[in-house]
Ligand binder design. Sequence first.
Ligand code: NAD
Ligand code: GLY
Length: 362
Amino acid sequence: MHSLTVELGERSYPIFIGSNILPDINLSEYIVGRQVLIVSNETIAPLYMDQLDAQLESFCVDHIILPDGEQYKNLEQINSIFDQLLTCRHNRTTTLIALGGGVVGDMTGFAAACYQRGVNFIQIPTTILAQVDSSVGGKTGVNHPLGKNMIGAFYQPNLVIADIAYFQSLPARQVAAGIAEIIKYGFIYDADFFAWLEQNISALMAKDPQALSYAVFRSCQIKAEVVAKDEKEMGIRAWLNFGHTFGHAIETHQGYGTWLHGEAVAIGMMMAVDLSCRLGWIDELLLQRAKNLLLAAQLPIFAPEDMTIDDFLNLMSVDKKVLDGNIRLVLLKSLGEATVTADFDRGALEETLSMGKQLAQL
Ligand code: NAD
Ligand code: GLY
């Protein structure tokens, strides 16, 4: 088992990474009172709830099983978590445990942030995406019909358990979507990691445990470092949104759940690389490498055919990085270094937004 710490002073917390590690972790160190509410969904609970319950025999444990899907990441489901907490009379020393992917994790964290003005919570992420990104760093919340992740709070967990054994039951499409966020770290932060991913993409897709352990560890390490520097996204943390301004527009336009988050982000990253190349900041070789790696991960790279430039611009104008009415994008200065900027040629952006044809010629 490996461990990392997200260094946030008094709110620092560990991330444990390994395979079948749950029995080796003393959960009672991270649970303040006697009450626990496990939040999961109808897909994950039948697979993994019993295992978790077995580690919590000395606690008073309640459960809530949410419907599965990005389309249920909304305030109605948050309310159902509150209903369960109140019906079961949970007090301020309760601990919420998220057992699931990013949807369950984001909602559990938000419910924990709000219930009685903030209670303990633990993340047990079960998808690749959730282990390498959403469970670490304290971004919690839900979608609004007009914008992705628009309602939420920064609220840190007090423990993250990243057990790669959960990936055994993960469908291939979800594996690819998680790998998209791993590739993101290579683009924005670590050129050597990007090269490692190029070498090891087949092993990752085949769920090779060694390759997955390293990829989860390195991704969490980068995320922890970035969050420790900039918890509330005043600067470098925005790099983690590489590809997301385009991607969130796709998710919102297509209807939540139609495209997986990681798939939409893959297209968004391709667009961000394309625009960086049009602006002359990176060369065409990197554009080609980006395309090859994303395709090798069986990720989409072209925007949905029914999305117009205006669709993109309208949806991108409600992005959380918009400042004084200007769209700000995370673009690449070089492989391993990003920048957040509103200073780009509007014509180049519009060419990128209609880029399918040009890319197809590569
Ligand atoms: P998800 O939570 O919808 O999980 C994907 C699917 O896999 C679901 O059907 C789920 O039930 C199923 N599943 C989960 N674990 C499984 C397992 N071990 N075996 C079999 N099936 C399993 O999606 P996700 O990709 O984990 O997360 C996407 C969400 O995370 C989006 O809402 C996105 O906005 C959010 N996100 C948040 C952050 C953050 O910093 N908070 C970062 C990135 C993404
Ligand atoms: N997933 C982006 C962030 O945590 O900041």
